[in-house]
Design a protein around this ligand. Structure first.
Ligand SMILES: [Zn+2]
Length: 138
């Protein structure tokens, strides 16, 4: 049944523009990011869609097949959930503003060829923290 559901999904999925709980249009995440851009703490292209949560859909028990001779980088599927928090102090509801599904090339750290040739049994140290997610860049 899950497969049928996946076929029916059309990404990107548009979420709520304002709080679905109370209707408040002011969003804490969006407002805070805008303030930090004004102060120059964040560059203008950062977080174009507000706060985001990225979930790499990877099975760590399955080796990533990577050949050191390959010019293509491995790609992993990532579910991106954009969200925000209602600025109404009586509400503070968390809601989803959009959902996207992407595949992203990953940069593997340089390692001896022998380590990669048989497929990686585990993710490299620091994964997925080292992943450069595109959601926070324009
Ligand atoms: Zn609200």
């Amino acid at each position: 049944m899950a497969e049928e559901k996946k076929e029916g999904l059309q990404f990107p999925i548009r979420g709520h523009d304002k709080c679905p709980h109370c209707g408040c249009a002011e969003r804490i995440g969006q407002t805070t990011i805008a303030d930090l851009k004004k102060e120059g703490v964040l560059e203008e292209h950062m977080f174009p869609k507000g706060p985001a949560w990225a979930l790499p859909l990877i099975d760590q028990t399955k080796p990533l097949m990577v050949s050191p001779l390959s010019i293509t980088k491995p790609k992993i599927p990532i579910l991106q959930v954009f969200w925000d928090v209602c600025a109404n102090p009586e509400c503070l509801g968390i809601f989803v503003t959009g959902v996207e599904f992407i595949t992203q090339e990953i940069n593997l750290p340089k390692a001896p060829a022998g380590m990669l040739s048989g497929g990686m049994k585990q993710m490299p140290p620091g994964f997925p923290e080292r992943l450069g997610f595109p959601f926070n860049q324009g």
